[in-house]
Design a protein around this ligand. Sequence first.
Ligand SMILES: Nc1ncnc2c1ncn2[C@@H]1O[C@H](COP(=O)(O)OP(=O)(O)OP(=O)(O)O)[C@@H](O)[C@H]1O
Ligand SMILES: [Mg+2]
Length: 116
Amino acid sequence: MIIKIEAIVREDKMEDVIEALNAIEVNGITVSQVMGHGVQKGYAELVRGQEVIINLIPKIKFEIVVSSEEWEKKTIEAIRAAAKTDEVGDGKIFSYELKSALRIRTGDTGYDALNP
Ligand SMILES: Nc1ncnc2c1ncn2[C@@H]1O[C@H](COP(=O)(O)OP(=O)(O)OP(=O)(O)O)[C@@H](O)[C@H]1O
Ligand SMILES: [Mg+2]
C-alpha cells in the first residue's frame, strides 16, 4: 500500500521535524511554505466589498510518501513528537492511500519507486 502523509506544522518546528524524519530514515520529503488556519479561524473583514479571512498564518507543509502502514505510523509518530508544543496551532497530520508512485529515472512504480 502506498500512503501519502501531509503534515502542517509551525514554521519554527521545521528543523526539528526534518531531523526527526532523517533519524527514522524516510526515503524522501517535500517541504513547502504555506498559509492556513485551523479551528481558531481568522476574523472576517471586507476587502473591496468581499468578506475575506485576513489572518492566515504561515506554516510549513511536509509531504512524505511511504510504502506501508508500518511506515505511515512510524512517520506520523516522529512528526508529532517533533512538532508538538501543546499550544493551539501545533498543526495537523493527514494521511491517505495513494493511487500510484513512479520514479522518473527508472520507470519503477509502486513499492520499487519509493525504495532504493
Ligand atoms: N481541517 C483542515 N484542513 C486543512 N488544513 C488544516 C485543517 N486544520 C488545520 N489545518 C492546517 O493546519 C494549520 C494549523 O492548524 P491548527 O493547529 O491551528 O489546527 P486546530 O484544529 O485549530 O488545532 P489547535 O486547536 O491545536 O490549534 C492551519 O494553519 C492549516 O494550515
Ligand atoms: Mg488552531
